[in-house]
Design a protein around this ligand. Structure first.
Ligand code: APR
Ligand code: PHB
Length: 392
């Protein structure tokens, strides 16, 4: 039998960051991750950090690599066929810059720091089950090889992503699910080519496209695709042709093509499970909510949940003050819903829906013109793209 103060289910960015922040409060935790570390670090995910996330990583002593390798910028561009693109200028309108830095690199760095500090991470922890969550002595069992282990703890943090076990450990009648599926996905590639240099979202009558980056020789691009799209039907040449067509000519011409080193399709969905607490179980990150990637909010929400949760657990263990724990779900959900709304709105604006008729298309065009003309409209977008401040 093992014991820890906080059993953390899932070793993605939410779980590992939580473990690191708790360690800084002298709170012991064990991370149970279903996959191998190598597998976790191979996954290619998000790439844009809000300033609040940047500051949190820096303040937690986990920002050095980000500051060395990341690309700081003043926001993202929106392009619309033949119109001039405009900048969602987070620096001017929200007073906060952004940072392009891959989730893969952040997770790799957090693993390095956790291992340096003697953090306990169990890889290939299979068949994780949560027990006695509404008692004051919850526990977690899992299989490691042929052995079933039991971990006793004070709290369980469910950081095991959308397909994890934690959310499903909450009785159905306690959870309220809010969901929206979109009738398209994103086909993304990574290529070792110099990026255009900015994050550029483009709407085109052929569909949405996005240019992004990881470092001076690593580019990330996406195009909107149908849900029945097969990767095999998209050799690199076809992808590059389609990508370039969806950007205004002058941007399309700047795209440097080359062989892809990764190609994948992700469906788009909005999902929220409420509340984020059940007894001594607290959900954080993708375990509780999914946003479509259009607003670049997924990783930032995982980070803000973890910020609220570690502060709440720190107050509990330091002086038995449970006020933050009691407010965790409501406080985190306010930020989650703000990001859900923004991501849903930007997804609708920038994508072509199969049932968009001529009226809908004109309305979107008019909204784009409004953003173009009105600095107040742009300020509203910039404030949300930059990310809302954490609540006290
Ligand atoms: N037991 C243990 N671990 C599990 C289980 C399980 N039953 N199920 C899933 N996991 C692990 C996964 O293997 C993964 O490593 O939990 C981890 C969850 O990590 P993420 O899916 O990356 O979720 P999170 O840490 O909340 O980070 C959110 O990921 O999907 C992106 O856009 C999202 O950037 C955001 C970030
Ligand atoms: C990415 O770089 O992968 C990326 C950037 C912006 C988004 C989504 C993904 O909105």
């Amino acid at each position: 039998m093992r014991r820890t103060q906080v059993a953390i289910i899932g070793g993605g960015p939410a779980g590992i960051l939580l473990s690191h922040l708790l360690h800084r409060h002298d709170i012991d935790s064990i991370v149970l991750e279903r996959q191998t570390k190598a597998y976790v670090l191979k996954r290619i995910r998000a790439g844009v950090l809000e300033y609040g996330s940047v500051k949190l990583l820096r303040d937690a002593g986990a920002g050095e690599r980000m500051d060395r390798e990341g690309h700081a910028h003043d926001g993202a561009w929106i392009a619309w066929q033949d119109r001039a693109p405009f900048l969602i200028d987070t620096k001017t309108y929200a007073g906060r810059p952004m940072m392009s830095h891959g989730q893969t690199a952040i997770t790799e760095e957090l693993y390095r720091i956790r291992e340096r500090d003697g953090g306990r991470i169990v890889e290939e922890a299979e068949n994780v089950r949560l027990h006695n969550l509404t008692s004051s002595a919850p526990s977690v069992t899992y299989d490691k090889g042929a052995v079933t282990e039991t971990l006793e703890c004070d709290f369980v943090a469910g950081c095991d992503g959308f397909h994890g076990v934690s959310r499903h450990s909450i009785p159905k009648e306690t959870l309220k699910i809010f969901e929206r599926a979109y009738p398209f996905g994103w086909l993304g590639i990574m290529s070792e080519t110099p990026p255009v240099g900015d994050v550029i979202y483009a709407r085109h009558e052929r569909g949405f496209a996005l240019a992004s980056l990881r470092n001076p020789n690593l580019s990330r691009y996406y195009i909107q695709c149908g849900l029945d799209t097969e990767i095999a039907d998209w050799p690199d040449d076809r992808f590059w042709d389609e990508l370039k067509r969806r950007f205004p000519d002058d941007i399309g011409r700047k795209i440097v093509t080359g062989p892809s080193i990764e190609k994948s399709i992700a469906p788009l969905r909005s999902f929220v499970a409420e509340p984020l607490r059940y007894g001594r179980l607290f959900l954080a990150g993708d375990a509780a909510h999914i946003v479509p990637p259009t607003g670049a909010k997924g990783l930032n929400l995982a980070i803000s949940d973890v910020f609220y949760l570690q502060r709440a657990l720190a107050a509990h263990f330091a002086n038995g003050d449970d006020r933050y724990l009691e407010r965790y779900s409501d406080m985190a959900l306010r930020r989650v819903w703000a990001a859900e709304r923004f991501s849903w709105w930007l997804t609708k604006l920038l994508h072509v829906f199969p049932d968009d008729d001529a009226f809908e298309t004109r309305i979107k065009l008019s909204e784009f013109d409004h953003l173009h003309r009105s600095k107040h409209a742009r300020a509203m977008v910039a404030e949300q793209y930059a990310g809302l401040p954490f609540e006290d």
